[in-house]
Design a protein around this ligand. Structure first.
Ligand code: IMP
Ligand code: MG
Length: 180
């Protein structure tokens, strides 16, 4: 574990250690296992950032009939949200009639989740829940309910655990924040 790291022009310092994140992931898996029994849940993983969370979470999901599909959205350039959501890969499976759980790395402004909720309802999902490893309460612009909420963060840019700065830092197991 590094105390601080350099990515391109920016220095990041250790914010949340992997062990604490692992505990949050396990708690979310337990909540999902409790709620989704019998629901044959369909997990929609939002690439790229959610790949690591999804991998860790789904290993601990034990509900029968679990299936996993993917989509890829992009809204960030550098360290700021552009406010525009681009769909780079559409849904890789059918959601009609399914109990969907969106798997997101982080809910920041909430625009991506709001966009997905609307799209999934339009495509006939029976129920849509949201699982997010991290969320920034002070950045939220939309009213979105996070049904399975991991760790609340202060409103600063972070990298690690799937989250990137211009594609760097995604593979770090710990979470880092921009040094002041
Ligand atoms: P939202 O639509 O503003 O909620 O942002 C959602 C997406 O922006 C997330 O799924 C991330 O991929 C990205 N994002 C938000 N905050 C950060 C951050 O602090 N670091 C890296 N990516 C972020
Ligand atoms: Mg994301």
């Amino acid at each position: 574990m590094y105390k601080s790291i350099q990515l391109l022009d920016k220095t990041f310092r250790l914010y949340i250690e992997a062990a604490e994140i692992d505990r949050a992931v396990s708690r979310l898996a337990r909540e999902i296992n409790r709620d989704m029994e019998g629901a044959r849940p369909l997990f929609l993983v939002v690439l790229n950032g959610a790949f690591m969370f999804a991998s860790d979470l789904l290993k601990e999901v034990t509900v029968e009939g679990t299936t996993v599909i993917f989509t890829r959205l992009a809204s960030y350039a550098g360290t700021a949200s552009t406010g525009e959501i681009k769909e780079l890969i559409g849904l890789t499976g059918e959601v009609a009639g399914r109990n969907v759980v969106i798997v997101e790395d982080i809910v920041d402004t909430g625009r991506s989740i709001a966009h997905l909720l609307e799209m999934l309802k339009a495509r006939g999902a029976r129920q849509v829940k949201v699982a997010a490893l991290f969320y920034k309460p002070d950045a939220l612009e939309r009213e979105v309910t996070i049904d399975y909420a991991g760790i609340a963060l202060k409103n600063d840019f972070v990298v690690g655990r799937g989250l990137d700065y211009d594609d760097l830092g995604r593979n770090l197991p710990d979470l880092y924040t921009l040094a002041p």
